[in-house]
Design a binder for this molecule. Sequence first.
Ligand SMILES: C[S@@+](CC[C@H](N)C(=O)[O-])C[C@H]1O[C@@H](n2cnc3c(N)ncnc32)[C@H](O)[C@@H]1O
Length: 249
Amino acid sequence: MSDEKTHFGFRSVPLDDKQRKVNEVFHSVAGRYDLMNDLMSAGLHRLWKSSLVTSLRPPHDRPFRHLDVAGGTGDVAFRILDAGGAQTHVTILDINGEMLKVGQERAAERYSGRIDFIEANAEELPLGAKTFDAYTIAFGIRNVPRIDAALREAHRVLRPGGRFLCLEFSKVDVPLLDRIYDVYSFNVIPKLGQMVTGDSESYQYLVESIRRFPPPAAFARMIEEAGFLRVTHRPLTGGIVNIHSGWKI
Ligand SMILES: C[S@@+](CC[C@H](N)C(=O)[O-])C[C@H]1O[C@@H](n2cnc3c(N)ncnc32)[C@H](O)[C@@H]1O
């Protein structure tokens, strides 16, 4: 056990407790996770994920091995498979078997032979070095207790020339939009969570965790510290989310 502290939402918790609490959140909401995403974001999460896949541009004419970490119910992975060619293969990795189970049911026969599922921790990938052409993590990194360890692992499993892409919420800095966003996040989302999943606390955690996540420029420095080059970030929808990009060169 380490004595180090981190945040679970606004609460300070021992580093080793955070993952257990995060796992409880996604265990509780797994069955209704996709529906809640549509309701909470009024469908915007679909556009953000499509922008992520557009940035990735999976090829059509050659083999492409992709790793989607914290891939949950498969939303990003399915989009990558739809956008890529027949030789695109995606590994979905998530620490939570319940989320993966929903993903497996959704994938059914549709992507057979082009997809696999691994239950594991982003901080310690059970995967060989220099294995993947690209790595994505969407709305996952802020849930990981040791973000630096997860970024180092991303760098390790990518081949030279490989691409790292992360889609994550940010704190909104646009006047007025920030107020509306705060009121919506703290007053509406937990109540919606209660109505749809019977669990307001999990959604309270999710909105708090967005406020605790480092600002885009600070997160970009963490990506560089893990060894990535040409690190950039691009805000979408007034900075509600950012797409972070880096290259292993
Ligand atoms: C908000 S969901 C995102 C799911 C999916 N990427 C999407 O965009 O719809 C966050 C996911 O991160 C996973 N997760 C949390 N901590 C993790 C860790 N240490 N390693 C791998 N996955 C983790 C959770 O189980 C959950 O499925």
